[in-house]
Design a protein. Structure first.
Length: 317
């Protein structure tokens, strides 16, 4: 008899765990061992989705660490958290090192009775360090990096037949306003490419982001990690000229996606089903207006019941 069959019924374990949460149907407020136990019920589904060189035990531990360290992530649906962790792992990106981010967003969904409600899901986003890691896997890139330029730095560049880029940062002005951001790639064969963006251009790209909705003031990850997101923007612009690895293409095609266990996990060790990842056209960061007070409890109950139903079916896979 396999060890899996000797364990208690997974659906019962996961239901018991999430019922202890301060926000029913999530991992919010659970102890580290309770989170680990609940995620472990997904072991079979995780194992089937992972590439062969990765183990479900490693992924379970990674997910537990991320949830324990970030209460906002713990509020998200378990399915989207686990999906984001496995997708990051299949791309070989480590969120602990800032190569990718798991960002909580509220989403409006329609209930069985036709009513609108909000659930919080975990969105997978690649950081600029992750873009660099993926780009290097083509084995044609010797060096790739991005930097921000601040007011007071000595900075000059020129395009054309004899392009050059020079940047001498002023360490005493490291808190000054950003004026530009650039990304540089040097190839194994000796060639190179670079792109330079002005702060105005970076802002234009930010406002076009699905998470910013054209806002004049940065929000979400753009508010907390503006430098990193500006560098990522430059890397993405540079990537047009870069040799493409399979991982880079997969990462760029799924950046900003919601990876749900029930739809995006393969069952043949081929990793994540990219075509099943939802790339939201509009996401609303963090807190959204809630339903009127008299309906709030009913809304939470409906959300919790639907989450528990999804978890029960998935844990038995």
């Amino acid at each position: 008899m396999s060890s899996d069959k000797q364990n208690p019924a997974p659906a019962v374990n996961v239901k018991t765990a999430i019922q202890k949460a301060t926000e029913k149907g999530s991992f919010s407020g659970l102890k580290t061992n309770e989170i680990n136990s609940a995620i472990s019920t997904f072991r079979n589904a995780i194992a089937q989705a992972l590439p062969k060189h990765l183990t479900p035990e490693r992924m379970i531990q990674l997910a537990t660490t991320i949830i324990s360290r970030n209460p906002a992530i713990a509020d998200c649906t378990p399915s989207s958290i686990i999906g984001a962790v496995v997708h990051a792992s299949s791309l070989g990106l480590n969120p602990i090192l800032g190569e990718c981010y798991f960002v909580p967003y509220n989403k409006s969904v329609t209930g069985a009775d036709g009513s609108k409600k909000w659930i919080k899901e975990c969105q997978f986003q690649i950081g600029y360090k992750g873009q660099i890691v993926l780009a290097r896997r083509s084995n044609e890139i010797k060096t790739i990096y991005a930097e921000v330029v601040r007011k007071g730095d000595k900075f000059d560049y020129e395009l054309g037949l004899e392009p050059f880029l020079k940047h001498k940062p002023d360490p005493d002005k490291s808190d000054n306003e950003i004026t530009n951001v650039y990304a540089v790639a040097q190839y194994v064969n000796g060639g190179n490419n670079f792109v330079v963006l002005s702060k105005k251009q970076v802002e234009s790209y930010r406002k076009r982001s699905q998470t910013q909705k054209g806002g004049e003031v940065a929000s979400g990850i753009w508010a907390t990690d503006y430098d990193a997101m500006a560098k990522k923007t430059a890397i993405l612009r540079l990537s047009v000229y870069l040799p493409k690895s399979d991982e880079l293409l997969s990462g760029q095609n799924t950046d900003g996606g919601i990876v749900r266990v029930e739809s995006a996990f393969s069952n043949n060790n081929e990793g994540i089903l990219v075509e099943a990842i939802e790339i939201p056209l509009q996401q609303i960061p963090e807190i959204n207006p809630v339903a009127p007070t008299e309906k709030k409890d009913a809304k939470k109950k409906t959300d919790s019941e639907s989450r528990e139903g999804d978890l029960s079916s998935l844990a038995n896979q």
